[in-house]
Design a protein around this ligand. Structure first.
Ligand SMILES: *Cc1c(COP(=O)(O)O)cnc(C)c1O
Ligand code: SF4
Length: 355
């Protein structure tokens, strides 16, 4: 399957990173083992964003490998959300009755150090062959309960416009599929891939949604905003998903700026993901209590349009669950609930007349 030609300037090795000034030369050797284990790629757009003088730069933290990735914590898994157990045919994950993931390829524009699919993605990992893609599409056609197809991977916007258009056309011919959703980091990480031809390839009689993976307001550069605008102007509703990452966006100001910037660019925040327990990713994980405290801060302070659902994908393939915060406290009194308002004050709500 054809992938559009990547820019030759993508940084893919510790030596590349050191030449670009993103790591000290003496660290390059130690990172070889990491790079052999987990794919590395930093696009020119993301490399340019990194402040070389800031040792804690939130963009560098997401993409520049670290020797800590070789340390595995108890409970970390190769397949942290249990996709394999729900894969009836290659390229399909069917966990919930009404929707499937379709993964046509395993390449991404960048390789995020916290990625939950880090052991499945990478430049050497296989694409679906034409026969495998046909089998995956046949599965979708033969399961009438499938209402939505979610293209993910890897990153589906790494496909050429021609290949993507062929998949979209095949899905458009399936009567019971109403919605096609595309999860992508391309508009942020490699916005030049969003061409007029690629946008045209997304056109469909089905409802098409694009969910953009973005973790920090700085990722929404002028070029990224332009790419998002091309998609939105084509009538495609845009959603965002953000991973709550320690040292990247786990403070109220950073999160608030990100969510406001997304909405101001016509991107509706959809999910804030608690990080998955992928191998070697402990340095990114904060506690659920901290995530809930951040969500509490946002409620009331920030427009409702900016509020994502805070979710955890349960290890083992049990699905995504909203993890609060819950504003309804238990109450002893009958027909009365104790509810916290946005300032954290407790109010009684009586369910008079309700049954
Ligand atoms: C995340 C996910 C979905 C999509 O879930 P939504 O809550 O609809 O966004 C579907 N299938 C699988 C296997 C998933 O991991
Ligand atoms: S773009 Fe998505 S799938 Fe690819 S490495 Fe980053 S988080 Fe993982």
């Amino acid at each position: 399957m054809a992938i559009t030609k990547p820019s030759s300037r993508i940084l893919r090795t510790p030596d590349d990173l050191s030449s670009a000034g993103l790591i000290e030369k003496r660290r390059a050797g130690a990172l070889e083992d990491v790079a052999r284990r987990f794919a590395v790629a930093v696009t020119p757009d993301m490399a340019e964003l990194i402040d070389r003088t800031d040792r804690r730069d939130p963009i560098a933290r997401q993409f520049v490998p670290d020797v800590a990735e070789l340390t595995e914590m108890q409970g970390e898994l190769a397949d942290p959300i249990g996709d394999e157990a729900h894969s009836p045919v290659k390229g399909i994950v069917h966990r919930y009755p009404d929707r499937v993931l379709l993964k046509p390829l395993h390449a991404c524009p960048v390789y995020c150090r916290f990625c939950f699919r880090r052991e499945m993605v990478g430049p050497g990992k296989d694409l679906l062959s034409a026969a495998e893609l046909d089998a995956a599409l046949a599965y979708i056609r033969s399961h009438r309960e499938i209402w939505e197809v979610i293209l993910t991977g890897g990153d589906p916007l790494m496909l050429s416009a021609r290949r993507l258009g062929a998949i979209m056309a095949a899905l458009a011919r399936v009567d019971h599929v109403a919605v096609v959703r595309i999860h992508t980091r391309v508009p942020v990480a490699e916005p030049t891939r969003v061409t007029a031809a690629l946008v045209r390839a997304l056109k469909s009689d089905k409802a098409v949604y694009v969910a953009i993976h973005c973790n920090h307001a700085r990722e929404l550069t002028a070029a990224a905003r332009r790419a998002c605008r091309m998609l939105a102007d084509a009538g495609i509703p845009l959603l965002s998903q953000t991973v709550l990452l320690k040292g990247v966006n786990d403070d109220a100001e950073t999160l608030e700026t990100l969510l406001r910037t997304l909405v101001a660019n016509r991107i509706k925040p959809y999910y804030l993901h608690h990080p998955d327990k992928a191998r070697g990713t402990a340095r990114f994980r904060t506690t659920v209590a901290r995530g809930q405290a951040l969500m509490r801060r946002l409620r009331g302070r920030v427009s409702g349009l900016c509020q994502p659902s805070y979710v955890l994908d349960l290890p083992g393939g049990y699905g995504k669950v909203p993890i609060g915060p819950c504003h309804v406290a238990a109450s002893d009194a009958q027909d009365a609930l104790v509810i916290e308002d946005y300032k954290g004050r407790r109010r009684i709500y009586r369910e008079d007349g309700a049954s």
